[in-house]
Design a protein around this ligand. Structure first.
Ligand SMILES: *[C@@H]1O[C@H](CO)[C@@H](O)[C@H](O)[C@H]1NC(C)=O
Ligand SMILES: *[C@@H]1O[C@H](CO)[C@@H](O)[C@H](O)[C@H]1NC(C)=O
Ligand SMILES: *[C@@H]1O[C@H](CO)[C@@H](O)[C@H](O)[C@H]1NC(C)=O
Ligand SMILES: *[C@@H]1O[C@H](CO)[C@@H](O)[C@H](O)[C@H]1NC(C)=O
Ligand SMILES: *[C@@H]1O[C@H](CO)[C@@H](O)[C@H](O)[C@H]1NC(C)=O
Ligand SMILES: CC(=O)N[C@H]1CO[C@H](CO)[C@@H](O)[C@@H]1O
Length: 872
């Protein structure tokens, strides 16, 4: 037992300090000693300064308080018969024995102290020396006291989860009269193994067991004295290793007279079994979101919730993961850390995360974007302490799939107009129909109207813009629409109403719809509609012109009036009237402009009618409000053909005159009723071949003689090979000659050798004078009034076909103009010389070989020579 061991240790210490030799000295443990009834008690005794054998004999006796003079022998190391009867039994049963520590030192053991063991103990060593010198025995008193120590701890079964706090209280008391100290300790039994947890020593020092030193230092394990007899063990967080049989043990200590402390009693409490369930399985992590299908721009909240026992006293680090990549974490101290990719948005206030409690962690994403879609997890790490990130356990929530719906997708705008053509001063409306994958009423929409004038200038200009909060702002195109544009928005429609349209409103229109996340900033998505073209046309002319076809016959030289009748009354608009002439076939039927009277009254003659005679003969008149007239004075056969007019209404619009389009009348055929009378003109056709530069006479000859009271007028015509006929020259009945083709002035001459010869001479014929010429001759007679001549009859001459050729050339010039001929002439002398040389050679050869030449050979030679000469 512990008591004994302590005794022995103290004794050995004493022995080592040693003593000098000399005289015999017997020393016994110093008394008085107080020992508890029933305890195992030892008393030490030793001898020194002796002679003789090293192994000395020790004899123990007691003097009982009741008979303090009488020695009662207990035990001897040498003599088994030494004990008195009263001790024989206990000695034999080894309840009392002597333990030899050395040859000269022993311990007396009394295993179970009895009341009758109290008394004065004597240790005696018989003399082994040559003489008696010194002491042979020593005495000490032993008092037996009652064991009053009590240790208790209410029996209980403790079941704790890892990390729980736990307390155990031990009551320790004693009522010993002597001054004693107490020590208290806590132990844990696991099978055979006893682990010391904490002890409070008799000197009031708390010491942890080796396995608990760290937790003791961390304050996790502590022992406090609460009240006079209560000792409390506290464990802040139990661990699975704490599991076992827990008890407390107290010892009562007394200070012996030699100054050593002796535990005189030692007791254990009842045992309490502690079960620690590991907390590995108790951390549940959940994740939840406000909506799993938020739309772009919504606010999304992700809650991480922890379920764990005593969660308040535990320490967690929580992280949000998106597609297994961390977004942010809140560490056990509550510190928030964003991953780099999210720092920017967090600094803009778009992201928020905080620890609401130890078990609720909230991540808020304002203005959620498509990039926030994916699988979210909460990851939780439990650590030992806020400052000690040593992991206890981790757990991961299930995945929460977040699908951010794009709001831009499906955004669409269609621009509609009921009409593409708007009359001047009418109103029109453009409707912008907006649609999206969500009801548009739920969206913050802006609508802009764009306009591009016709003809396009520099692209589209903004006309007006309405922000989601209803703010209207006008754009660059606004001045065109000043006071004329009205905007209405109803649900998914925006209408732009333009009234009193003018030409400046013609062009293309578009609407542009934007979706906004918030009332400020910029649209997230926008869509521009199709373009709608609007054409603004001037008011339609109400003018109607009679389209009936007419035919009229007038006597030659009489005046003709061709009418153009407007069918509808006209107001303040103006009219422009143009008269046209369509020559009779076979001439091309392209209308020739005679004269145009513009809306302002300006007269303009067509190219064919711009000579003074023509101008004076063709007059445009307005004879009444509704009737216009073309007067042709002194109609002649050349005026035959068709006539028509084109009338155009002009009105004053936007500061200018605008023609509203021409209306054509029906045609009026003009015929001259002229008998081809006695006037006999030479009708034979002629052909003339003229070289350039020559002069030709184009015949126009009256076959009969002319009566004196008759005058003639004539007009010559030239029809080119292309069929185009033009008048060349006119002889009026008063003898005046008018050249109708400026280009021919000076080359045409009407010589009129006799009154009936109206032949025309054309000087210096040119290539394009070719064609057919004829004349038309009218006969005039004076009727009553002296100044009034009337056309009587007319006739056409025969046709003269003029062919023009280049002028006659000289031989030299012909040669020079032909390169092959020139070459031939240059080469011929050479050829002749060669031929003569060849002939000479032949002649010499023949005359040498044959003395007599043949006549045939000579003839042949002559013929060849003649042929060559002939060829030139
Ligand atoms: C992890 O959490 C889930 C549910 O959140 C739970 O069922 C599981 O037991 C936990 N695992 C551990 C080791 O705590
Ligand atoms: C998230 O936590 C907050 C605060 O505890 C709570 O008001 C909200 O209802 C929770 N949301 C969800 C989806 O659990
Ligand atoms: C997460 O994963 C989903 C599906 O695989 C993917 O559509 C989404 O874009 C991912 N999100 C991120 C942020 O990587
Ligand atoms: C023309 O006159 C008619 C009848 O007087 C009237 O009804 C109409 O409005 C007028 N038109 C214009 C363009 O002034
Ligand atoms: C003369 O020529 C015209 C047309 O060139 C022809 O119509 C007419 O018959 C001809 N007259 C005679 C007599 O050959
Ligand atoms: C050695 C010693 O101190 N003996 C004492 C034991 O007790 C009695 C009674 O009190 C004393 O008389 C002895 O002197």
């Amino acid at each position: 037992m512990g008591l004994v061991e302590h005794q022995v240790a103290a004794f050995l210490l004493f022995l080592l300090t040693g003593m000098g030799a000399g005289q015999r000295v017997v020393t016994i443990q110093k008394g008085p000693l107080y020992r508890v009834l029933g305890s195992h008690v030892t008393l030490w005794c030793k001898v020194s300064g002796y002679q003789g054998p090293a192994e000395q004999t020790f004899q123990w006796s007691i003097y009982l308080p009741s008979a303090s003079e009488r020695e009662v022998q207990i035990i001897s190391t040498a003599d088994p018969s030494f004990p008195y009867a009263i001790y024989t039994q206990r000695v034999r049963a080894q309840e009392i024995y002597v333990e030899r520590v050395q040859g000269d030192a022993v311990l007396l053991h009394i295993t179970e102290l009895q009341d009758r063991d109290a008394g004065e103990y004597e240790c005696h060593t018989p003399n082994t020396d040559g003489r008696y010198f010194g002491s042979y025995s020593a005495k000490t008193n032993l008092t037996v006291i009652a064991d009053t120590l009590s240790v208790s701890m209410g029996p209980q079964d403790l079941i704790h989860t890892e990390g729980d706090a736990m307390e155990l209280t031990c009551k320790v008391s004693r009522s010993t009269a002597q001054h004693t100290h107490l020590s208290v300790g806590w132990y844990c039994l696991r099978g055979e193994h006893r682990a010391e947890i904490l002890t409070l020593s008799k000197d009031f020092v708390v010491m942890p067991g080796p396995a608990y030193a760290q937790r003791f230092l961390a304050g996790n394990v502590r022992l406090d004295k609460v009240g006079s007899t209560s000792y409390k063990l506290s464990i802040a967080a139990v661990e699975p290793s704490d599991q076992g049989q827990l008890y407390c043990e107290a010892a009562e200590w007394i200070e012996d007279p030699d100054g050593t402390w002796k535990d005189i009693s030692r007791k254990q409490s009842e045992r309490t079994s502690l079960v620690v369930t590991p907390q590995d399985q108790d951390l549940c992590v959940g994740i939840a979101a406000t909506k799993s299908n938020p739309s772009e721009g919504d606010t999304l909240r992700l809650n991480c919730t922890l379920e764990a026992q005593r969660s308040d006293s535990r320490h967690f680090q929580v992280a949000w993961l998106l597609n297994s990549t961390e977004v942010a974490r809140i560490d056990p101290r509550g510190l928030l850390v964003w991953k780099k990719e999210y720092e920017k948005r967090a600094s803009l206030g778009q992201l928020h995360a905080f620890k609401q409690s130890n078990t609720v962690y909230i991540l808020t994403i304002h203005e959620v974007g498509l990039e926030d879609s994916g699988a979210y997890h909460c990851s939780v790490l439990e650590v030992k302490a806020p400052g000690n990130f040593q992991s206890i356990q981790t757990n991961l929530s299930s995945a929460l799939r977040i699908n951010v719906k794009p709001i831009g997708l499906g955004l669409h705008a269609t621009l509609i107009s009921r009409t593409a053509t708007v009359s001047y001063m009418q109103s029109f409306e453009l409707i912008c129909r907006m649609s999206a994958s969500r009801p548009v009423e739920e969206l913050l929409l802006s609508v802009g109207w764009l306009f591009q004038p016709k003809p396009p200038t520099d692209g589209y200009q903004e006309l007006v813009h309405v922000l989601p909060d209803g703010t209207v702002s006008w754009g660059r195109a606004q001045p065109r629409f000043q006071g004329k544009a009205q905007l209405m928005k109803a649900g998914a429609f925006s209408r732009l109403h333009i009234h009193s349209a003018v030409a400046g409103h013609a062009g293309t229109y578009q609407c542009k719809v934007g979706v906004w996340r918030t009332l400020q900033g910029q649209p997230t998505v926008s869509f521009t509609s199709n373009a709608v073209g609007i054409n603004v046309v001037p008011p339609e002319s109400k003018l109607r012109v009679a389209t009936r076809e007419n035919s009229m016959e007038v006597a030659g030289g009489a005046d003709a009036s061709i009418e153009c009748r407007m069918e509808l009354p006209l107001n303040n608009s103006q009219l422009a009237v143009s008269w046209y002439y369509l020559p009779p076939p076979p001439e091309d039927a392209n209308p020739l402009l005679i004269v145009r009277a513009s809306h302002s009254g300006l007269l303009e003659y067509g190219a064919e009618f711009s000579s003074p005679t023509q101008k004076s003969r063709f007059l445009s008149q307005r004879v009444s409000r509704h009737v216009f007239q073309l007067r042709i004075l002194s109609a002649s056969s050349g005026d035959q053909g068709q006539y028509c007019c084109a009338a155009e209404e002009w009105c004053w619009l936007e500061g200018g005159w605008h023609g509203l389009g021409e209306r054509w009348s029906g045609r009026t055929r003009l015929l001259l009723k002229l008998p081809e009378s006695e006037l006999h003109l030479e009708k034979a056709n002629h052909s003339i071949l003229a070289r350039y530069g020559q002069e030709v006479t184009l015949g126009c000859l009256l076959k009969s003689t002319l009566p004196p009271a008759v005058r003639l007028s004539a007009t010559w015509f030239h029809r080119k090979e292309d069929g185009h006929e033009r008048p060349l020259l006119t002889l009026n009945h008063d003898g005046a000659i008018e050249s109708l083709q400026k280009g021919l002035v000076g080359r045409l001459q009407l010589r009129r050798p006799t009154a009936g010869d109206l032949s025309l001479t054309l000087a210096s014929v040119q290539e394009d004078d070719a064609g057919t010429y004829h004349c038309q001759v009218q006969e005039w007679q004076q009727q009553g009034n002296k100044d009034k001549w009337e056309l009587q009859t007319w006739a056409l001459s025969g046709y003269t076909q003029l062919t023009t050729t280049p002028p006659e050339t000289t031989v030299l010039s012909r040669i020079c103009s032909s390169p092959s001929l020139l070459n031939f002439i240059l080469c011929l002398p050479l050829v002749l010389i060669l031929l003569l040389a060849l002939a000479g050679f032949c002649w010499c050869f023949i005359s040498r070989k044959r003395k007599k030449g043949t006549i045939r050979g000579d003839q042949l030679m002559e013929l060849q020579g003649a042929g060559g000469i002939k060829q030139t």
